[in-house]
Design a protein around this ligand. Structure first.
Ligand code: SDX
Length: 436
């Protein structure tokens, strides 16, 4: 970051001395006011629950322009990546800062492929869960448990450990997600098959069985890969911030990523795709398109607590570029599967049309986000609704690792330890029981 030719001066109406703070600028995006010395100089904290106006770090990985609806991974527009490269190329880009050349591409794909198996002991963790356990509960456990198997790569301050842990996590997440799915449906786990692509291998571990050869459908393979690319990273979102804060204690990368999985599960974040599909199915059950108007009234009624899931975003105040690409992928997959008339897809498009013309949404700049269409295409592929967020976690693992490694690689990083505005009881003495 570089000093801007600007400074911030904070003055106080009570006559306290004003404070001058440096302003830094990035290569693109908003400048930042450096408040690191504020507490020492004023004895006061800033106050920003939800971090609406707070930059927690400097980063060179992903840039979002919320007003333009623009998303760049290491400078490349998501629209170009989603149509010109595959997910493992995107992983190479996010981790190393550049797309791989032909040789690097072969080496990186091979490296990941050779780490897709998990230790045979991992399967016994699943037996502790009920068969109907939510896959995100299972995944949070499995990812955290990985740290028990790799004592040779848990020193997060060792660059080699960070490198091999990154490869292991990217390679093993599809295997773990597929195991969580197979355990739920009572089918045998499928071992990875090294002659398949990353996405093809995932589809086979999900839908293949030992009873017959599994043929990868190339349209679905490409759609799966694009879903992974679209979910790979997204600046300092809630789960990435969780991974950074967790990793700042020096814990091992597996534990930090497990914390990210747990945070992503929430319906306001990665759990929104599952919540969105459930919302569409509810409306469909109640009458479909004819019930959209009534549903929208509920959404606009503050007391209903009903939100249009898959809509709105803290940063995007324009159309989420990933939602557009996801809608295209929806069209491709539904066409390839002869499901063009999928009622939920029609319903989603009708909801979007009505919302984008409705003042409530226009005023609040609420547009479809990545989760609005992703559930429809995953459902068409045959992925169960309760696994949607697991797929999101699979794809986001590379983003979490890239962001964690960027933080750990910054010699200036410190353990994250926010302060508070205390509004509880001031000091008081314990009274004897008979006086309480
Ligand atoms: C992801 O951060 C990321 O980058 C996340 C993500 C990623 O890739 O990591 O992009 C992935 O999590 C996408 C978001 C998925 N979540 C949902 O689709 C859930 C529904 N969306 C909302 O919960 C909400 O829009 C959030 C949580 C996404 C954003 O919330 P904010 O920024 O805190 O905004 P807000 O809740 O203050 O909303 C502003 C106004 C409020 O109304 P008023 O109080 O001004 O009258 O808009 C309303 C909200 O009630 N609003 C909605 C709404 N989202 C916001 N009203 C109806 N339906 C919605 N979906």
């Amino acid at each position: 970051m570089k000093l801007a030719d600007n400074k911030a001066t904070l003055s106080f109406s009570n006559g306290s001395p004003s404070v001058e703070m440096p302003v830094y600028q990035g290569n693109i995006g908003p400048d930042v006011i450096d408040i690191r010395k504020l507490y020492a100089q004023t004895g006061m904290f800033t106050y920003d629950p939800g971090f609406l106006s707070t930059a927690s770090c400097q980063s060179g990985i992903t840039y979002i322009d919320g007003d333009k609806g623009e998303l760049l991974y290491r400078g490349y527009p998501i629209e170009q990546l989603a149509t010109n490269v595959d997910y493992l190329d995107t992983c190479h880009l996010l981790l190393k800062g550049e797309l791989p050349n032909a040789t690097e591409r072969v080496d990186f794909h091979k490296l990941v492929t050779n780490h897709t198996m998990v230790n045979e002991q991992m399967q016994f963790f699943l037996r502790g869960f009920r068969r109907d356990a939510h896959p995100m509960a299972v995944l949070t456990g499995l990812v955290g448990a990985l740290s028990a198997f790799y004592h040779d790569s848990t020193d997060i301050n060792n660059p080699e450990h960070r490198e091999i842990a990154a490869i292991r996590l990217i390679a093993k997440m599809p295997t773990l997600v597929a195991m969580a799915y197979k355990y739920g449906v009572g089918q045998p786990f499928m071992y990875p098959q090294n002659d398949l692509s990353y996405s093809g291998n995932f589809l086979r571990m999900m839908f293949g069985t030992p009873c017959e050869e599994y043929k990868v459908n190339s349209v679905i393979e490409r759609a799966m890969d694009r879903i992974f690319i679209l979910h790979a990273d997204h600046e300092q979102n809630a789960s990435t911030s969780t991974v950074r804060l967790c990793g700042s204690s020096g814990t091992n990368p597996f534990a930090a990523i497990a914390a990210g999985v747990a945070c992503l599960w929430g319906p306001a974040h990665g759990g929104a795709n599952e919540a969105c599909l459930n919302m569409l199915e509810d409306i469909q059950r109640q009458g479909g398109v004819s019930k959209v108007g009534q549903f929208m009234e509920q959404v606009k009624d503050k007391n209903s607590g009903v939100k249009l899931m898959g809509f709105g975003h803290r940063v995007y105040k324009n159309y989420d570029p990933r939602a557009k690409l996801m809608q295209e992928t929806c069209n491709e997959v539904l066409e390839a599967l002869g499901l063009e008339n999928d009622p939920l897809f029609k319903l989603a498009k009708q909801l979007e049309k009505i919302a984008l013309e409705d003042d409530y949404f226009v005023q609040r700049k609420l547009y479809p986000n990545v989760d609005f269409y992703s559930g429809i295409v995953q459902r068409a592929i045959g992925i169960p609704v309760n696994l949607f967020t697991g797929i999101f976690a699979l794809a986001r693992t590379v983003g979490w690792i890239a962001q964690l490694n960027e933080m750990i690689g910054d010699p200036e990083y410190k353990i994250g330890r926010p302060r508070q505005l205390f509004t509880g009881s001031v000091k008081r003495d314990v009274k004897p029981l008979d006086q309480r």
